[in-house]
Design a protein around this ligand. Structure first.
Ligand SMILES: Cc1cc2nc3c(=O)[nH]c(=O)nc-3n(C[C@H](O)[C@H](O)[C@H](O)COP(=O)(O)OP(=O)(O)OC[C@H]3O[C@@H](n4cnc5c(N)ncnc54)[C@H](O)[C@@H]3O)c2cc1C
Length: 412
């Protein structure tokens, strides 16, 4: 007889986990899938091309009705789970009680709203799901002013998307340069130039004081007194793991729902994965590690041993014309050495951070063609000693005898 698996959250992590589970053992679990959003899985990363008008929602759906039906999944979309009763092993929702043998929490994250005056005005949105995206599109952006608070990956994708729809966009960023978690100041400055060239205003070191407006958002006031007009304000200042259900159920929760290497929570019948989890003190905000979690959890649910070990993640920005690549650690530190290539005319900047004979950080802007090659070397902790002199020029400039990354890895 099939055992009952309840999954809370039809996001990118649980979608991938279900694929692995059904591929390996189609008949082991009877799955009920809850989602607060009134739909199943879609590729959240691709909301940015939907916002800019390059794709439609239908093109970014990853699991359609047919996929769920073929696997016998009971879909409870548009239905939030409100409570988990661990002793009775049921979840509660508007539709009643649903029993489980195993429960997976995959509730993702919630956008962080900065607590400023005016944050509740109509015209203030976040950027997380299709509703947010549609709200920005429905605002009829052509010829209007929009302010994005937050110059990280999400904020810049929102800014570029709204600019593509004809809005006059300003990005307010608290830090000294854009995307400071993925880029160093030099690359951040090149990115800012490229965004400004396409008509986006960038205000770094800008702290938002209030959102002004009479009955709806009309402007954003900064601490330094600057006022930017804004028919629409998009807050993209960060995310918080969605842990409320786990907290209420008495599971171990720190910043995220605490899981072990097998993605099991403090309750042996409850598992968690995705942005809602905390694993060995680490939170996750990009999909690459979540897909690894998905593989591990599917194995765990099949009673097979598996261990989650996060990998270094690389970041790219999905804004046409802004080629950037950032990975690893590029903060200054003892024993670290930089190899830098600058071509200000061509808008190209490449920086490799080395510790001994290993690459530990990569920052590239303008020409990122070799990003994958450098990243491969970084992930494999390859010894680049023999390539050091011409390393920054990429694989095409290595001596013929230079070993390929795969060979290097074997040698290590
Ligand atoms: C616009 C945008 C662009 C992005 N671009 C990139 C990128 O380029 N590269 C990258 O690596 N990452 C990117 N990300 C981040 C990436 O999308 C997330 O890391 C990923 O979607 C997280 O997956 P998840 O399954 O943990 O959560 P989610 O995909 O958020 O899914 C969680 C789901 O759980 C549901 N839920 C929550 N609580 C309940 C409840 N009580 N009951 C029922 N359902 C509930 C939510 O409604 C949601 O649908 C981007 C994110 C956004 C928003």
């Amino acid at each position: 007889m099939k055992r009952k698996l309840v999954v809370i959250g039809a996001g990118m992590a649980s979608g991938r986990m279900l694929e692995h589970l059904f591929n390996a053992a189609p008949d082991q679990w009877e799955v009920t899938l809850f989602n607060a959003e009134p739909r199943g899985n879609y590729n959240r990363l691709m909301l940015s091309p939907v916002l800019s008008g390059e794709k439609t929602y239908a093109q970014i759906v990853t699991h359609d009705e047919g996929w769920y039906a073929a696997r016998g999944v009971t879909c409870r979309f548009g239905e939030s789970v409100t409570q988990v009763d661990r002793s009775a092993r049921i979840v509660r929702s508007a539709g009643g009680d649903t029993p489980y043998d195993a429960l997976v929490m995959a509730t993702g994250s919630a956008p962080f709203i900065i607590p400023v005056v005016g944050k509740e005005l109509p015209g203030v949105v976040t950027y997380r799901d299709l509703e947010d995206t549609e709200a920005m599109i429905a605002a009829g952006l052509a010829g209007k002013s929009a302010v994005v608070i937050g110059g990280g990956l999400l904020g810049l994708e929102a800014a570029a998307g709204m600019a593509a729809r004809g809005a006059s966009v300003t990005v307010i960023h608290l830090m000294g340069h854009l995307m400071e978690r993925q880029l160093d100041p030099a690359a951040g400055a090149l990115l800012q130039q490229d965004l400004e060239r396409r008509g986006i205003t960038v205000h770094c070191k800008g702290a938002t004081k209030a959102i002004l407006g009479d009955g709806k958002a009309e402007a954003v006031l900064l601490e330094d007194g600057t006022v930017y007009p804004a028919d629409l304000v998009c807050m993209a200042v960060g995310i918080r793991p969605e842990t409320r259900l786990a907290n209420d159920a008495g599971l171990e929760v720190a910043r995220g729902i605490v899981v072990n290497d097998a993605m099991r929570t403090s309750d042996p019948h409850i598992f968690a994965l995705g942005e809602c989890v905390e694993h060995r003190d680490q939170l996750f905000g990009l999909v690459a590690p979540l897909y690894l979690q998905a593989e591990v959890l599917a194995q765990t649910l099949l009673n097979k041993p598996a261990t989650f070990r996060p990998v270094q993640t690389a970041t790219r920005l999905k804004v046409t014309g802004c080629e950037l690549f950032g990975a690893g650690d590029f903060a200054p530190g003892e024993g670290r050495e930089d190899i830098v290539l600058r071509d200000p005319q061509g808008g190209i900047y490449k920086r490799l951070v080395l510790q001994g004979d290993r690459i530990i950080g990569i920052v590239m802007y303008g020409d990122t063609a070799d990003g994958g090659w450098f990243y491969d070397l970084l992930q494999r902790e390859a010894n680049i000693g023999a390539m050091r002199d011409a390393l920054i020029f990429g694989p095409a400039f290595q001596p013929k005898a230079a070993p390929e990354p795969a060979q290097l890895a074997e040698a290590c």
